[in-house]
Design a protein around this ligand. Structure first.
Ligand code: SF4
Length: 365
């Protein structure tokens, strides 16, 4: 039974405590019909309501295995698209705030990637020489592009395995949208910086010469994450001067110089596992999103561990931050009343091709 949808304006003035109570009540009413997925970068007030938490890879698996009718994704737009693509047709993916995007994902779009592919085709045999690899932080149509061209999706947890798979098929990789994940992973696999070129999507032919394109093993899209861009190698030097015993751990979306100075490099799940399993009374300097680092610090301080955020400037993912308790209460109460709000639905043909690229990835892990 449906009723007229409750408007978001009715929720704007609710304080977080009242939202909490209403979220809990709506969840109880929905029961097993609804599952809430929460990315590690979500703020605490939202994160605490998640049934499952994790990074993009873990949550995409959780979405695929979920039995719930409604998958409410507290994350950003591309994650809800992945949930829609991997879930069964009768399941519904919902994003509490439709404005929660990802600035990195927005740095590559289908038109620009198609232009790049066509320009590369003037120099090399793209279909036989290049495997397109998209980071999961990308729109569904780019995943579909990879599915169409026998390519694949990767996450920060599995990027090396995905590049190995890609090179087993063809001699080159076009990697988008995050240059840093591509470069950091390629370098750790033994690919020299001279064999990785950056494709400047604002310039004809990516700003590259034909010789550079022919020689390159990885062509890196010129995108980046503005959150992980704040971390600098000097911050590590300065911190180590004060606390030389510190272990440094970085997400691979941070720049090459930071990852080279770090003792450990890996996804958010890897960072959590490494610090949680470390010896008591150790000190950690962490280069990833602030909400995750703060939660990890709180969790580990009883073991005498000190977990520090790398940058002196506080920087959180502003798009993740858009999902607040008010929006979560809004979508859940509407669902409980039979109104589907903020559904994310990828067109069928695009979803089929994108699923091909996602399935290629899921088969490898
Ligand atoms: Fe996108 Fe960066 Fe935010 Fe992750 S942290 S969702 S890559 S903007």
């Amino acid at each position: 039974m449906t009723s007229t949808a409750f408007p978001i304006q009715d929720y704007a003035l609710l304080d977080d405590e009242e939202c909490d109570a209403r979220i809990i009540a709506a969840k109880a009413k929905l029961g097993k019909r609804c599952v809430i997925l929460g990315h590690h970068y979500q703020r605490d007030e939202v994160f605490k309501h998640a049934d499952y938490s994790g990074d993009s890879l873990k949550l995409s698996r959780d979405a695929a295995q979920s039995e719930a009718e409604y998958i409410v994704f507290c994350g950003v737009h591309f994650m809800a698209e992945v949930a829609d693509i991997l879930s069964r047709p009768e399941q519904i993916a919902i994003l509490p705030d439709l404005a929660a995007g990802c600035s990195m994902a927005d740095m590559a779009n289908l038109l620009k990637v198609q232009k790049c592919w066509q320009e590369l085709a003037q120099v090399i045999d793209v279909e036989n020489e290049v495997t397109p690899v998209t980071y999961i932080n990308s729109a569904a149509d780019l995943k579909a592009f990879c599915g169409k061209h026998d390519g694949i999706v990767c996450t920060s947890s599995n990027a090396q395995k995905i590049l190995e798979w890609s090179f087993s098929k063809r001699s080159k990789v076009l990697f988008f949208p995050d240059q840093h994940l591509g470069r950091n992973t390629g370098y750790r696999m033994g690919i020299g910086l001279e064999d990785m070129v950056t494709w400047d999507f604002n310039k004809p032919m990516g700003g590259l010469t034909e010789v550079q394109i022919r020689k390159a093993k990885i062509i890196l899209w010129n995108g980046y994450c503005s959150v992980h861009q704040v971390f600098k190698a000097e911050q590590i030097d300065n911190f180590l001067e004060r606390f030389p015993e510190t272990k440094v751990i970085s997400h691979p979306e941070a720049c090459f110089e930071v990852c080279e100075k770090a003792d450990y490099v890996g996804s958010t799940e890897y960072i959590l596992k490494t610090v949680r399993e470390a010896e008591p009374n150790t000190r950690w300097l962490v280069a990833t999103e602030l909400n995750l680092v703060n939660r990890l610090h709180e969790e580990c301080k009883a073991q005498g561990k000190n977990v520090h955020f790398m940058s002196p400037t506080l920087c959180m993912c502003s798009t993740m931050f858009r999902t607040d308790p008010q929006h979560l209460a809004w979508v859940l109460e509407n669902l409980a009343a039979g109104n589907v709000i903020n559904r994310i639905s990828v067109p069928v043909e695009e979803a089929g091709l994108a699923k091909r690229a996602l399935d290629n990835m899921l088969a490898i892990n």
